[in-house]
Design a binder for this molecule. Sequence first.
Ligand code: URA
Length: 235
Amino acid sequence: MRLDRFLTHRTDLPRREILRLLAEGQLAVDGAIESSGLRKIGPFTKVELAGEILQAREAVYLMLHKPAGYLSATQDLLHPTVLELIDHPLRDELHLAGRLDRASTGLILLTNDGRWSKRVTEPEEEIPKVYRVTTRDIIAEETAAHFTQGIYFAYEDLTTRPAILEILSEREALLTIHEGRYHQVKRMFHAVGNQVLSLHRERIGALSMDHGLAPGEWRHLSSAEVGYFIPTSGL
Ligand code: URA
C-alpha cells in the first residue's frame, strides 16, 4: 500500500493535512524521515507520525525440528500440534509455511508473514523439498527413473513433476520433489510397490534443517535465510 493511502486509512486526517505533514518531515518510515506519499508500505513497515507509532509489527520467521507425533496444524482436539512447541510471544499470530504428516519429522517453517509463506508453498514457485526416506523393502534401481518420469495420481488425475531420487543404501534415499501433494512421498513409493517407514524433511529450497536443533526445538531464521524465499527485486 502507498504511504499516503495508509495515512488516510489510519488517521482521519484530510489529504491536504497529510501532504503538509509529509512536507514538514513529520513522517518516519522504518526510522528515517519520508516525504513522499508514494512510498510503498508493507504490513511490517514501521510508520511514525510526529513521533507517535502508527504501525510497528514484528515479522517472525522460525524453523522447527518437528518431532513425530505432532500435527502440522495450529490447533487440534485430539493430537498435540507443532504450535504447542513454540514458546514465542507472537505464537498466536503464526501459521505454517508447509506441512508434514503427523509421523514425519524435520524442517517446518512458521511465520506471521503471509506473503512470505505463500512464496514458500505456492506450487508455481517450484521450491525443491528434500526428504530422507527409509523404506520397508529394498529400493529398486529403476525407482529413480520412475520418479523422474512422474507418478500418476488417479485421485487428482495428475502426474507428479520430475523428482530426483538419490539412493543412499538398500532402504534409504534422498528424494527431491518440487510440489507438495497430499502424502506425496508415501504415495510415490507406494506406486512402485514399496512403503515409506520414516520420512524426514532435510531441506526447503536453500534452507537446510539446522542439525543443532533437537526434535521439538526451534530458532529464528537469520535475515539471509528469510531472503532465500524473497525474489531479488524485493518485497
Ligand atoms: N510426503 C509425505 O507423504 N508426507 C510428508 O509428511 C511430506 C511429504
